[in-house]
Design a protein around this ligand. Structure first.
Ligand SMILES: [Zn+2]
Length: 254
C-alpha cells in the first residue's frame, strides 16, 4: 500500500476513520433492510458505517471534531424528525458539514482516487471554508429512517448564454445523496467549462421540476428555509424516493 495523503492537508493519512461521525453512529439509527449494492464503477452506494484511511489525526481530532460538535445539536434534531425553520447561519453550518461529507466520501473511490474535489479545493475548504463553485444543496425528509450514502458522477446539459446563438454542452459533476435518520441531503457540484463560467444556464432534467414539493434548497442560501418540505420521500418506493433522488441527475443509471 502506498502512502496516502490526508484529504485536507499535507500530513499522511495514517488511521482508518469512520466516514460517518461517531456521534451519528452512536445514535444507533435503525438501518432498514437496505442492502449494500454497488451499481457500477462510477456510482457507489453504502448502507451503514464505512471506514477509510483518508484523513490525518490532526485534522480528525482538530477542526473536524470541532465541526461535529458544532453541528450535532442542529443535525441531531433534523435526523430525529424535529421540524425547524433554518436561518442563514444554520443553512451555512449544514452546507459546510455537507460539503465535508461530499469530500470525505469521495475517498471511497480507492481504485482511481477522488476525481471531483482536488487537493486545492479541499485545502481551500479547510482553510477558508470555501464551497466548491457551482454547488447546490437540497434537503428532504424520508418516511423511513436509515443511514445511507450514494456518491457518483453526474452529467447533464448546460446552455451558454454569452452568444446570441444557443450553445449546448454537456457538463460533468459530482453528486452525493445522504440519508441520516429521517434527513435527506443531496449535494451537487458542477464543473462548468471555463469559457462558459460566467455565462451559462444549467438545464435541469425536465423531471427535476416535480421534486419541488419534496425538497428545500439551502445553498445558495435563502432567507429562511422550513424543514421538512411539504411532501416526504419514501426510501425506494414510487416516483419520489431517496433512490430516485439519487438517480434523477443521471439517465445512465436509471
Ligand atoms: Zn490533515
Amino acid at each position: 500500500m502506498g502512502k496516502r495523503q490526508c484529504l485536507f492537508c499535507t500530513n499522511p493519512a495514517k488511521t482508518r476513520e469512520h466516514l460517518w461521525p461517531v456521534w451519528i453512529l452512536e445514535r444507533r439509527i435503525r438501518i432498514s433492510p437496505f442492502n449494500l449494492r454497488r451499481r457500477n464503477r462510477d456510482s457507489r452506494q453504502f448502507d451503514g458505517d464505512v471506514v477509510a484511511r483518508c484523513v490525518c489525526k490532526q485534522c480528525n481530532e482538530g477542526w473536524m471534531s470541532e465541526q461535529e460538535s458544532a453541528i450535532s445539536p442542529l443535525l441531531g434534531s433534523l435526523m430525529q424528525d424535529v421540524s425547524l425553520t433554518l436561518n442563514k447561519n444554520q443553512q451555512h453550518e449544514l452546507t459546510i458539514w455537507s460539503v465535508k461529507m461530499a469530500m470525505v466520501w469521495e475517498a471511497t473511490r480507492a481504485a482511481s482516487g477522488p476525481k471531483y474535489h482536488t487537493q486545492d479545493i479541499r485545502t481551500n475548504y479547510r482553510i477558508n471554508s470555501m464551497i466548491p463553485s457551482a454547488t447546490i444543496i437540497w434537503l428532504g425528509r424520508c418516511n423511513d429512517s436509515g443511514l445511507h450514502t450514494t456518491i457518483g458522477d453526474i452529467q447533464f446539459n448546460i446552455r451558454g448564454t454569452k452568444n446570441v446563438s444557443i450553445v449546448r454542452d454537456t457538463c460533468e459533476g459530482y453528486a452525493i445523496t445522504l440519508l441520516i435518520g429521517h434527513l435527506v441531503i443531496q449535494v451537487v457540484s458542477i464543473t462548468v467549462p471555463d469559457e462558459d463560467q460566467m455565462f451559462c444556464e444549467i438545464l435541469l432534467p425536465s423531471d427535476l421540476v416535480g421534486w419541488d414539493d419534496h425538497l428545500v434548497s439551502i445553498y445558495p442560501y435563502r432567507v429562511n428555509v422550513t424543514w421538512p418540505p411539504q411532501e416526504s420521500l419514501t426510501y425506494n418506493v414510487g416516483a419520489f424516493s431517496v433512490l430516485g433522488l439519487r438517480d434523477r441527475w443521471n439517465p445512465a443509471i436509471r
